[in-house]
Design a protein around this ligand. Structure first.
Ligand code: E4P
Length: 222
């Protein structure tokens, strides 16, 4: 399973990239606004220098002609840019044109299996179903992941990867992995939670204390 980080904070991205576990990045207009970056294009350029995998950069317009121009501009930044478009009729038209031309496209704001089928037919590289936002309105976001994974498996011609988005906690990730989702885009805070277990901390404290009792050091050993 690939791990993308869901942030536009360059320092966070650098820090997480140093773990060697990061396969890509997703940004969106809200995350860019939060980052305080003065130049969106400059920010994506910088992120693409740090992370070699797909970096999602979202168009700002909602009409076909402007979205297409914006997508083409974003795609020029670096080879690993995945242009992010909304799941609307115009967004999917842009997806088809860009993906036919060899650009990676991430179709975002997916909330139904029917939408995911359309995105696959439009040649999306990634479909982003938002699990946390479905949970927020009392629906089970994980059921959508299960449906999309199952549907895509029936059609080997669909090359679209399921990119689980709006991840709120480690259970979203574990359940997505059990269902065979290709990618999860995870906020930095949740990535850090993945490492944690109280028994790991407790066990390590015991090992450190017991090792001290031996009076030895590994590096000074003959
Ligand atoms: C996906 O690409 C989106 O940026 C993101 O996962 C949205 O998550 P949110 O619902 O926590 O804003």
């Amino acid at each position: 399973m690939k791990f993308f980080v869901d942030t536009a904070d360059l320092n966070e991205i650098k820090d997480l990239a140093s773990t060697g576990l990061l396969d890509g990045v997703t940004t969106n207009p809200s995350l860019v606004a939060q980052s305080g970056a003065k130049s969106f294009i400059g920010l994506i350029e910088d992120i693409c220098k740090v992370v070699k995998g797909p970096v999602s950069a979202e168009v700002a317009a909602t009409d076909y002609a402007t979205m297409l121009k914006e997508g083409q501009r974003l795609a020029k930044i670096a080879k690993n840019v995945a242009v992010k478009v909304p799941l609307t009729p115009d967004g999917l038209k842009v997806c088809k044109v860009l993906s036919d031309g060899g650009t990676m496209v991430n179709v975002t704001l997916c909330f139904s299996a029917a939408q995911a089928i359309l995105a696959a037919k439009a040649g999306a590289t990634f479909i982003s179903p938002f699990v946390g936002r479905l949970d927020d309105i009392g629906q089970d976001g994980m059921l959508l992941i299960r449906d999309i994974v199952e549907i895509y498996k029936q059609y080997p011609a669909f090359k679209t990867e399921v990119l689980v988005a709006s991840v709120r906690h480690p259970v979203h990730l574990i359940e997505s992995a059990k269902m065979g989702a290709h990618v999860a885009t995870i906020p930095p805070k949740v990535i850090r939670q993945l490492y944690s277990h109280p028994l790991t901390d407790k066990g390590l404290a015991t090992f450190v204390a017991d090792w001290k009792k031996t009076g030895q050091t590994i590096l000074d050993a003959a």
